[in-house]
Design a binder for this molecule. Structure first.
Ligand SMILES: NC(=O)c1ccc[n+]([C@@H]2O[C@H](COP(=O)([O-])OP(=O)(O)OC[C@H]3O[C@@H](n4cnc5c(N)ncnc54)[C@H](OP(=O)(O)O)[C@@H]3O)[C@@H](O)[C@H]2O)c1
Length: 307
């Protein structure tokens, strides 16, 4: 599988990552084991977690499924997230960040986290507290690298000015059918709806500052509405994906993921399927590079516009 360098971490990681938002106790450990084995066999050894996934069970199921030991651990990259207290608040306090990371270490049965992300921006944050938490986690060896998720340029810039460690990742919702930050960047200074400022410049900011963008929900539209793959809401997009899928002998989903991975910013899509056959297929996206004509034709087939 093609690899990318993750921000300023120096880590060479697969161009497509595997996410566990949807993993919970409805999936038995044996099924999870086969799923993770499929990922590893296909070179996908970068796994995205969060303290809250599966109500806190996803990290545990993962560790049970791989039979976590130091030798298993060194074959993979583990990223997890903190700072959401579901239904209550976002929490960038020092106490919460450290407690959450320590909880993840325990559930994952590991000595270290490769990358810890702040899950969603906390407007009540004190940057010094975040800095102290990151310094403590780094110096104790519990966390190697840090990043954020769902942050705009100023949130990243403000944090970066107050931290002693680099921000290496920003994980954002991004798919062909959910790409406001690309739409608003392409429609600057127009009167159409796409010109409304919805994150334009985030990709460029990340490129300038050596921050890898990761794309969550790469096959979804809206917020929890469903996948655009085979959706009657997206006939033109599905026809275009089918055409390219036939050209590259992969599935429509793999083309949709390659649309993200082909962007020159080196964006890393995170898959969400829990079906091993679908996963194996999705991972082929890493080695397909759409050219400019193909990329823009997919973009427009989803109803996205150019001025
Ligand atoms: N940072 C954040 O705020 C945030 C938020 C959400 C998610 N995430 C991360 O992003 C990851 C991916 O998000 P996601 O789960 O929404 O990803 P996704 O890949 O866009 O969606 C996966 C879902 O689409 C379904 N699906 C339908 N057709 C499919 C096809 N042909 N191929 C593959 N899947 C198909 C899957 O069902 P089956 O399982 O039945 O295949 C699954 O329910 C998460 O696991 C998590 O790690 C981060």
């Amino acid at each position: 599988m093609r690899k990318i360098t993750l921000g300023s971490t120096g880590m060479e990681v697969p161009a497509v990552a595997v996410g566990f938002w949807r993993l919970n106790r409805k999936t038995d450990v044996k099924t999870a084991e086969k799923f993770i084995k499929t990922a590893m066999e296909n070179g996908a050894n970068f796994f995205d977690h969060a303290d809250i996934y599966g109500g806190g069970e996803a990290e545990k199921i993962f560790a049970e499924a791989v039979g976590m030991t130091p030798s298993v651990r060194e074959k993979m990259f583990i990223q997890t997230k903190c700072a959401i207290v579901p239904g209550k608040r976002f929490d960038f306090s020092k106490e919460h960040i450290i407690k959450s990371a320590e909880g993840s270490l325990k559930r994952l049965n590991t000595e270290y986290i490769d990358v810890l992300l702040l899950h969603r921006p906390d407007t009540m944050m004190e940057p010094d507290e975040v800095s102290e938490a990151f310094d403590e986690l780094k110096s104790s060896g519990k966390v190697r690298h840090f990043g954020v998720s769902n942050e705009n340029i100023w949130q990243m810039e403000y944090l970066r000015r107050n931290l002693n460690v680099p921000i290496s990742v920003n994980q954002m919702q991004l798919s062909i059918a959910h790409c406001p930050m690309i739409q608003s960047g392409l429609n600057v200074n127009m009167f159409n709806d796409s010109a409304v400022e919805r994150g334009s410049g985030i990709i460029e900011y990340c490129r300038m500052n050596n921050i890898t963008m990761q794309a969550w929900s790469p096959l979804q539209y809206g917020f929890g509405e469903g996948s655009f793959i085979d959706s009657p809401k997206y006939p033109e997009l599905n026809a275009k994906l089918k055409e390219l899928a036939e050209k590259y002998s992969v599935s429509k989903a793999a083309i949709a993921l390659s649309w993200i991975a082909s962007h020159p910013a080196g964006i890393q899509p995170i898959t969400g399927t829990l079906k091993k056959e679908r996963l194996a297929d999705c991972l082929k996206a890493a080695d397909i590079v759409l050219d400019r004509d193909e990329w823009y034709s997919v973009y427009m087939s989803a109803g996205n516009i150019l001025p």
